[in-house]
Design a binder for this molecule. Structure first.
Ligand code: NAD
Ligand code: UDX
Length: 485
């Protein structure tokens, strides 16, 4: 019987291993983590991450062939295939700070595998890593294992998106396996991992290639996806200037089969733990390899994203008589997208900081994000959230009384001067906006950063509405826009 161990019980390790266990009842899967609280949550009724459909998958195999444990070393020692799915955040200190991937967690996992291994192992890179990391890992493993066991390194990047992780894992567009196809051991390792996925993934969707191509494909996929969003967001600014409607433009453009309709929704800016981090990582790799023009090209994707968030704040402030000082602003949605409680790099953090900087009083509502999480996020310096050693609030903002957390969207908007939609939760499409309007200060402003509301219906109620990339409300159009700082 094949034994799989996955190091890292996070957003990727947990759901991915649950799906493998679910689809392969004869494989024993153990997910381990240094965070005992995370493991406890995986073993409880309240999983540490919110992901539609995940509870059912976990419940059906937990305790049977799926286990969660903080006994990292013994389970690693006992396994045939070790997935490494630890976090690979952006470095905040030293060489490459603000761009390069911090491989501290990866390296410590690799050293531990070398230390405890008493048999040959296939080590699978599940984390997103810089190109050629496999070679570095191979060196750490072979130079540190006293028993001189054989380690085959495979790259098997994960493409799931949060909010749809279970569906993505059950029916992936492709599974990528990179390995040393030029050696006997490499070919065997590739075949062994392929056999796991082949239980439920069609053979022609399992792609095998060399290690560097697999590692780079992951960074390239995220860069291209994020580039589409920045492209449509750049268009949204032009649409507002010209009186065009970005949804219509995106629809027309997406009808071209060479372009396709997906990932063309204009927004307040992309968030999430991957896009920015992986593009910055790509930029750094380009710079280190003497390709400044290529680096600058990709850097623009992140810069447009920052511009889009700043532009949104500017619209809010300049529409409201150039000041939001002391005004109550309801924030509808804090997660980086709907159907997740994840707030990593969410656009809401930057928008809230912008408004707090202008002395607004915020009342925030999100159906899945806890008050504690919101306050922690608003107090954290850029990139520090994924570095446990820096988890000391670096700014007093969240404690300063400018932030309140509401239990629903109605409570958040009560007495507010404006509402800002920052996450596209379905429930925001169905709210009673007449009721919300009546409870607000007048004029009542509505800033839709996700294009979820019916702009005409809200204007009819009496709101002054801004919706990203849509023709501007006469109120906003006639105002001189303050320059972006
Ligand atoms: P995460 O922070 O949710 O989980 C990582 C886990 O690894 C944490 O629980 C941490 O405690 C644990 N860990 C760190 N070092 C460890 C060690 N030495 N031993 C045991 N456990 C250790 O991160 P995530 O979102 O699951 O992402 C993991 C990797 O997958 C990253 O490289 C990320 O870029 C990539 N990825 C993420 C997504 C996503 O949607 N979140 C999608 C594709 C790829
Ligand atoms: C992304 C990739 O999609 C996934 O393949 C990879 O494995 C991890 O990174 P994720 O970050 O979970 O997944 O979610 P995704 O759906 O890609 O959304 C990322 C951000 O872009 C969100 O803030 C989302 O709201 C935003 N977005 C997405 C847009 O603004 N417009 C769009 O058209 C699509």
């Amino acid at each position: 019987m094949v034994k799989i161990c996955c190091i890292g019980a996070g957003y990727v390790g947990g759901p991915t291993m649950a799906m493998i266990a679910y689809k392969c009842p004869d494989i024993q899967v153990v997910v381990v983590d240094i965070s005992a609280s995370r493991i406890n949550a995986w073993n409880s009724d309240r999983l540490p991450i919110f992901e539609p459909g995940l509870d059912d998958v976990v419940r059906s195999c937990r305790g049977v062939n799926l286990h969660f444990s903080s006994d990292v070393e013994s389970h690693v020692a006992d396994s045939d295939i070790v997935f490494v799915s630890v976090n690979t955040p952006t470095k905040t200190r030293g060489l490459g700070a603000g761009k390069a991937a911090d491989l501290t967690y990866w390296e410590s996992a690799a050293r531990m595998i070398a230390d405890v291994s008493t048999s040959d192992k296939i080590v699978v890179e599940k984390s997103t890593v810089p190109v050629t990391t496999a070679e570095a890992i191979e060196k750490i493993l072979t130079h540190n294992n006293p028993g001189k066991h054989d380690f085959q390194i495979l790259s098997n990047p994960e493409f799931l998106a949060e909010g749809t992780a279970v569906a993505d894992l059950a029916s992936p567009d492709r599974v990528l396996i990179g390995g040393r196809g030029d050696t006997e051991g490499g070919r065997k390792a590739i075949a062994a991992l392929k056999a796991v996925y082949a239980r439920w993934v069609l053979e022609d969707r399992i792609l095998t290639m060399n290690l560097w191509s697999a590692e780079l494909s992951k960074l390239a996929a995220n860069a291209l996806l994020a580039q589409r969003i920045s492209s449509v967001n750049a268009m949204s600014a032009l649409c507002e200037a010209m009186g065009a409607n970005v949804s219509e433009v995106a629809y027309a453009v997406g009808k071209d089969s060479r372009i396709g309709p997906k990932f063309l929704s204009a927004s307040v800016g992309f968030g999430g733990s991957c896009f920015q981090k992986d593009i910055l990582n790509l930029v750094y790799i380009c710079e280190c390899n003497g390709l400044p023009e290529v680096a600058n090209y990709w850097k623009q994707v992140v810069q447009i994203n920052d511009y889009q968030k700043a532009r949104f704040v500017q619209r809010v402030v300049s529409s409201m008589f150039n000041t939001v000082s002391g005004k109550r602003i309801a924030i509808s949605g804090f997660a980086f997208k709907k159907d997740t409680g994840d707030t990593r790099e969410t656009a809401a953090i930057d928008v809230c900081h912008g408004l707090l900087g202008d002395k607004a009083q915020l009342s925030i509502y999100d159906p899945q994000v806890t008050e504690e999480q919101m306050r922690r996020d608003l107090a954290m310096a850029k990139f520090d959230w994924d570095h446990p050693q820096h988890l000391v609030p670096s700014s007093p903002t969240a404690a300063s009384g400018q932030v309140a957390v509401a239990w629903d969207a109605y409570a958040a908007a009560k007495g507010a001067h404006a509402v800002c939609v920052l996450t596209e939760w379905d429930e925001f499409k169905k709210l009673d906006y007449q009721r919300i309007y009546e409870g607000m200060e007048k004029p009542a402003f509505f800033f839709d950063g996700r294009n979820v509301v019916d702009v005409d219906a809200l204007r009819k109620i009496g709101f002054i509405v801004y919706s990203v990339g849509k023709p501007l409300d006469p109120w906003i159009k006639d105002l001189p826009a303050a320059p972006l700082s």
